[in-house]
Design a protein around this ligand. Structure first.
Ligand SMILES: CC(C)(COP(=O)(O)OP(=O)(O)OC[C@H]1O[C@@H](n2cnc3c(N)ncnc32)[C@H](O)[C@@H]1OP(=O)(O)O)[C@@H](O)C(=O)NCCC(=O)NCCS
Length: 206
């Protein structure tokens, strides 16, 4: 069963995600961040135990990220991750988002769920500038900022389009997913990009 997380689930979620964060498979977060992010978190429960979790974090009007997606070792390969992801994509549709980003080593899993590999940061330069104001490490990873480079090494950037118009729009802007158009030219005109090191009003790490 996949359901919205409740505060008593946070300990189990942290236990699931801590070893993955240590290996830099997931973004490391302070305990308080899990409580603050509770409304965006779902858990998969089996036999009264939390065996999986995942969250949908909205970045912008038409953009969200799947994060904190993890399944307990002993429960993997049985469809739990797929159910959690399906719930997060359902939430994305519900809140009006048609582009769902993820940064992952699990490319086969995400590709099986309709995600496509991308290069660059598929947002308008104005939106990029606004996102730079975020204090969230996931946003920094999406923007590919230098300060999070050690976290992103070896990961693949992927996106799932929930409607064809959004995809057609990005294709027209030459944000071609590699799978659809060969080598992507990345995002033309995005300020900063890989070389960006700071954010306006930065308060330190999230
Ligand atoms: C990615 C992850 C969440 C997938 O969880 P999972 O529960 O194993 O996922 P599923 O069982 O839905 O799918 C995994 C595979 O098992 C297969 N599978 C699904 N149901 C199955 C079943 N009943 N019997 C056997 N295999 C099955 C799927 O076809 C899938 O195969 P694939 O590798 O070819 O895609 C899990 O591997 C994980 O926690 N990884 C580490 C954290 C991470 O990288 N998260 C993503 C970054 S946000």
């Amino acid at each position: 069963m996949v359901r919205p997380a409740r505060t008593p689930d946070v300990r189990a979620v942290r236990a699931l995600t801590a070893p993955l964060a240590e290996r830099r498979v997931l973004v490391a977060k302070e305990a308080v961040a899990y409580y603050e992010g509770l409304p965006e978190l779902v858990v998969a429960e089996a036999g009264g135990r939390v065996v999986g979790c995942g969250a949908l974090h909205v970045f912008w009007e038409d953009l969200a990220e799947v994060r904190t997606l993890a399944v307990a070792d002993e429960a993997r390969g049985a469809g739990v991750g797929g159910l959690v992801l399906a719930e997060l994509l359902h939430r994305a549709r519900d809140v009006g988002v048609a582009r769902v980003f993820c940064l992952t080593f699990e490319t086969r899993f995400f590709a099986a769920h309709g995600f496509e590999e991308i290069d660059g940061t598929p947002v308008e330069p104005e939106v990029f500038a606004e996102l730079l104001r975020s204090h969230d490490d996931g946003v920094a990873e999406f923007l590919d900022l230098a300060r999070v480079k050690p976290n992103t090494l070896g990961n693949t950037r992927m996106i799932r389009y929930l409607d064809e118009d959004a995809r057609a729009h990005d294709v027209a802007r030459q944000r071609l997913p590699r799978t659809a158009g060969g080598t992507s030219p990345g995002l033309p005109g995005a300020p900063g990009g890989a070389g960006q090191t700071g954010r306006p009003g930065q308060r330190g790490s999230a």
